[in-house]
Design a protein around this ligand. Sequence first.
Ligand code: VGL
Ligand code: ZN
Length: 208
Amino acid sequence: MSETERGAALIIVDVQYDFLPGGALAVPSGAEVVPVINRLAHKFDHIIMTQDWHPPGHASFASSHPGKAPYDTVELTYGRQILWPDHCVQQTRGAMICEGLDVPGCRMVIRKGHHKGIDSYSTFMENDHKTPTGLAGYLGELGVGVIFLTGLATDFCVQYSALDGVAAGFEVHVVEDACRGIDIEGSLAAAWNNMESVGAKRIRSQDI
Ligand code: VGL
Ligand code: ZN
């Protein structure tokens, strides 16, 4: 790693079986990120994975709200929440990180969405915008100032991680060919607009 790249971290968001083909909340072409991330991983001293990690009956599950279906919305204490199929339930196969990821350098896994009543898209902050995950402190103590975001899904967990990363003072790069989106009613295009408008940089893996 060159002098200028010191202080950079690769963040691999939610590459878990439930977001891959055949999973409960499969992201279209989600598996295509795996070889791209594997190629990038050896370039980084600091690698963090995130793992969506919901208790049974989580507030983000449509099944927790009688009469609601997946992709309906509901008002929770912190605002509007999209409802999802049950996914990434703690200790289930769907919540496990894909074994095809070949990233032995990863020393930290941030599990998120563990509070039953609060969803957490962002790797930094739960959806109440108040409860931190601890990642900003971890990166700060390691002297990391630049983050490269990869993984699933571009328009949800990657997007909110990028926005919160910028807000927390990090230089944020989003590696577009190492991410895939869910794309609900234009959410993918909106996510790129939102990320670029706060100053997150949209790059490709060959630029790293
Ligand atoms: C995600 C929806 C629900 C994600 C997680 O990883 O983008 N999306 N939970
Ligand atoms: Zn989730």
